[in-house]
Design a binder for this molecule. Structure first.
Ligand code: TYD
Length: 135
């Protein structure tokens, strides 16, 4: 078995003026958004993330460039390439994730369900493995 992946195609609105992609709570994002953050300027050799969230749901989109997200709920890792401003990846709670292979221009935008709370993080892989064992 491997981790199941929620990768959604967002609606792309385009005309002669360019493109627009909406992300709407209840339509494209299945939780109330209380926080957004964006990651950029990460070099291609850098790997980041290395954690799971206990409760906070997140959804990520590369609004520019691309990166790969490895996700593992304990049943086996799955790699997703995010390389389009219209592909939204759900990152559920209790899924270990790591981001890598960033393009130099990558801007990774993340919507989060809750305010930043370090106690929601599991940053120790051994603890994550213990918590997901037998699930
Ligand atoms: P970190 O969790 O290390 O980033 P990544 O998961 O991409 O490896 O976060 C980097 C820093 O930013 C760290 O000091 C925590 C801080 N931070 C906030 O202050 N607010 C936030 O919403 C997030 C996600 C991180």
């Amino acid at each position: 078995m491997t981790t199941s992946v929620d990768l959604r195609d967002l609606r792309v609105r385009g005309d002669e003026r360019g493109w627009l992609v909406p992300a709407e709570v209840g339509v494209d994002v299945p939780f109330e958004i209380r926080r957004a953050y964006w990651v950029f300027g990460t070099e291609s050799g850098v790997r980041r993330g290395f954690h799971a969230h206990r409760a906070c749901r997140q959804a990520a989109v590369c609004v520019r460039g691309g990166c790969t997200i490895m996700m593992d709920d304990g049943s086996g890792a799955y790699d997703v390439r995010l390389d389009s401003p219209s592909k939204l990846l759900g990152i559920p709670p209790m899924v270990w994730h790591e981001m890598y292979d960033f393009t130099p221009d990558c801007v990774l935008l993340v919507f989060a369900e809750f305010a930043y709370d370090e106690s929601d993080y599991i940053r120790d892989r051994a603890e994550f493995d213990r918590l997901t064992e037998g699930l």
